[in-house]
Design a protein. Structure first.
Length: 117
């Protein structure tokens, strides 16, 4: 099991930027895959971005070119940096870790991101 703690959510205006951090209780370099989903009313859970142990990344089409996922080794955390935010990015963002396989098996509590003027 891995304990995940998210931080960095909040309110931002359209076009603004925000960074989310997901700190893990286990060395992130030993975790197969980490990433972020988001969930908003009426839209279900949507995969946003992921990063493998080897550093390879993947993004949902809706966020490509605007969001960047990376590892902060000093903080043992995965960071999601979000630029050019849109109102449709409003959601609860959930961090996950895939330890046993490549499917999520550990989740954070979620952090709210609201994009509004």
């Amino acid at each position: 099991q891995v304990r995940l703690e998210e931080s960095g959510g909040g309110l931002v205006q359209p076009g603004g930027s925000l960074s989310l951090s997901c700190a893990a209780s286990r060395n992130i370099l030993s975790i197969n895959k980490m990433g972020w989903y988001r969930q908003s009313p009426g839209k279900g859970r949507e995969l946003v971005a992921s990063i493998l142990a080897n550093g390879s990344t993947a993004y949902a089409d809706a966020v490509k070119g605007r969001f960047t996922i990376s590892k902060n080794r000093a903080k043992n955390a995965v960071v999601l940096h979000m630029d050019a935010l849109k109102p449709e990015d409003t959601a609860v963002y959930l961090c996950y870790a895939a330890v046993r396989t490549y499917a999520p098996d550990n989740w954070g509590q979620g952090t709210q991101v609201t994009v509004s003027s």
